[in-house]
Design a protein around this ligand. Sequence first.
Ligand code: GAR
Length: 194
Amino acid sequence: MKKARIAVLVSGGGTNLQALLDAEQSGILQSGEIVLVVSNNPNAYALERAASAGVESAVLKGPGFEDALRDLLHERGIDLIILAGFMRILSADFTAEWPERILNVHPALIPSFCGKGFYGLRVHEAALERGVKVTGATVHFVNEIPDGGEIILQKAVEVFPGDTPELLQKRVMEQAEWILLPRAAELVSKGIIK
Ligand code: GAR
């Protein structure tokens, strides 16, 4: 069976990358295969996860980042790009080249706590500061507006009294991100190979 060729862009721990790799193993992700991992951070633990899974990885950074990325994605025949904890905003030129072909996972219910400056733990700090009782995660297509593309999947997660940003981040990952991202990857990959 033909599969969509997926590149995953990462910057850090890579637990969402791991969820995708595990989903491929378990068959939750069956219409796509992860063939490339790209990090803008040479120290990202995500790179070790890629190596353990036998997936090619590359570190790209600096001002030439997007040009190098563009070349690599074309060389590897990539169909779908997944941003999994990727902490850099892609240019409008870049996103315009990949309409409905870039996915991102965001650790809140968009349109809350999203856009420029809302990434990683900062998102959960903002949710706790605001005192929301429910937060969650969103998987969406990426366009030129940070966190502004079409929403694909969302899942709500409860906030508990006494939560710290770290506790809330962990719950949102476990209950939402690691479930939604593989599901969305399968959904979009299936559409691509049709
Ligand atoms: C995840 O919570 C992801 O949703 C978030 O960073 C974390 C990365 O963790 N991404 C953003 O905030 C992007 N705006 P991971 O490296 O373990 O997947």
